[in-house]
Design a protein. Sequence first.
Length: 246
Amino acid sequence: MIGGRHAAARPIVVAVATLVLVSLLAPGVAAGQEPVPDDPALVVDLDADGDATVTLVSTYDLESDDEREAFEDLREDGDAREKIADRFADRMASIAADAAAATDRDMSVSDGSVEVRVDGDRGIVAVSVHWSGLAALDGDRLTVTEPFASGYESDRPLVFVAPTGATLADATPEPDRTDGEAATWDAGTDLGGFEATYELGEDAGGDAADDDAADDGLPGFGLVAGVLALAASLTAALARSRRPAR
């Protein structure tokens, strides 16, 4: 699920928890990856071999000194960020297992990471995983279905970024807009039966070479459950940062 900005009067712990509860998945930027977006989104950055970097971007207002201080504490707390990344990767691995069973294809999740940064009066939290086998590769075509086809719900945009040199050949439902390599489905779009197929160009595959790097029911609902787990981790981390020094 995915959310927008929250009222400035809410404490940062509640704001972050709410944002992530109504959101879904972006990483520290590695060489060759697209920059992390500044607005809430679930970004699926596909490789030509069917792997992907799946990124949840959440934002919220930092209009008080306490909110900004708590956010800065989280940004400086490497242990807290590592725990958030590990927990999120664990939940996504469970979702990948469900999606693998639904598609009869091998999938796995690794390399969880978190980026925490400030842009003016906004805090941005981006959590990413590397998802092996997210798309099915058949000759020069990549096709993505699960975990989005089975009950996935989103209140923020779902953004697919095509591999270098690839084009979106067909999609159900059709994206609300396309911009270069990105295709976007708006928040609230009914994604039941989702399928996106890409045709790989002759120069596709460069980004793939650079990136070697629970019971949740249906795969789509499991993705939502993974966000709930992240919310708990972020809430705990920010709550600790707000405790007065003793």
